[in-house]
Design a protein around this ligand. Structure first.
Ligand code: SIN
Length: 324
């Protein structure tokens, strides 16, 4: 479903007003309760939580890690506020969730730390230092790989702040698990067994055509990512719950169906997944480390800021365990 041309319409046109509403939800979550040694402040919807009382610049014990992993599995998106970590600590914590992926766009990797992808609108010497508009459409990371990502960990090093103090550049999430559960039984039967093709290059080129400052993909980069076919309904490897696994940004088509039927079904499923009741919107603060489950949720970065406001994020991406 890569026919949309306007640069950011995939998420911010439809959703900017919702961002405020949902951010309110996150802030009014339960007071943190201590569970297995960590504090968990859950957002109101099906996903999202803040983990309280963990300093990621210090060694995390196996027991604390198990509690974090449990909260992550349950809530799909978790935030650690006020963290001061360096690249090494970011990578080391990420590695506890699995092997790390090195992004195909090597020119946007952090110098000397290839496990970190720079997501930034900052320019140096007339060139963007990172993938300037990464994720500004609904998607899940690495769905275009044969073994998609388990999770991603994004660390806020600079956030764009408006004159009135409002932090811009929210990241929105939608639960593909809650969305699956809410489908009518007839739709569950219709999509059972269907497969979809996901590809990175189509969206990448569409972003460039719409005016993105990204470099063109080289032939080698394109060859490395020919696309991947996955079931439209995934079973979550940790929870066993079903999730809708197509997204507006990177799913090219549903196989097994004629082109027009595929387009209509994709549009219906993608619109369903991002319904407000399935969402959590993350309002960034400097020093947040936010992680999300790429099987359970989709996300979209809101592009409501521009230079001279600066946004610099460091992303690690953890590989999934096995093909499914
Ligand atoms: C991404 O999709 O990895 C980027 C998310 C963001 O910049 O908020």
């Amino acid at each position: 479903m890569l026919h949309r041309s306007a640069r950011h319409d995939a998420c911010d046109d439809a959703v900017a007003p919702l961002g405020k509403e949902m951010a309110g939800r996150a802030a009014t979550g339960d007071i943190a309760r201590v569970e297995m040694g960590i504090g968990i402040r859950r957002a109101d919807g099906p996903i999202g939580a803040e983990i309280v009382g963990v300093d990621l610049s210090r060694p995390v014990s196996d027991e604390t890690f198990a509690a974090i992993e449990g909260a992550f599995t349950e809530r799909s998106v978790i935030a650690f506020r006020n963290q001061t970590i360096d690249e090494r600590q970011h990578v080391a914590f990420s590695r506890r969730f699995g092997e790390l992926e090195v992004h195909v766009m090597q020119q946007y990797l952090l110098d000397g730390v290839p496990e970190i992808l720079l997501v930034s609108n900052v320019q140096e010497n007339g060139r963007p230092i990172g993938l300037v508009d990464a994720g500004q459409y609904w998607h899940t990371d690495l769905c275009y790989e044969p073994t998609p990502s388990r999770c991603s960990l994004l660390y806020a090093r600079e956030v764009p702040v408006r004159e009135d103090g409002t932090v811009l550049g929210d990241t929105m999430f939608a639960s593909a698990v809650a969305a699956y559960d809410a489908l009518p039984e007839a739709m569950k039967r219709r999509i059972a067994g269907l497969r979809a093709l996901h590809r990175y290059g189509d969206r990448y080129d569409a972003m460039r055509s719409a005016g993105s400052g990204r470099d063109a993909m080289t032939a080698e980069q394109r060859e490395r990512l020919p696309g991947a076919v996955h079931p439209v309904v995934r079973t979550h490897p940790q929870t066993g719950r079903k999730a809708i696994y197509v997204n507006e940004g990177l799913t090219v088509r549903i196989l097994d169906l004629p082109e027009d039927e595929s387009r209509d079904l994709l549009a219906e499923l993608c619109a369903h997944i991002i319904r407000p009741e399935f969402r959590y919107v993350h309002k960034w603060q400097l020093g947040d480390l936010l992680m999300w489950d790429n099987c359970a949720v989709q996300h979209c970065a809101v592009a409501d800021y521009a230079p001279p406001l600066r946004r610099i994020m460091h992303r690690t991406t953890v590989r999934g365990s096995a093909p499914f």
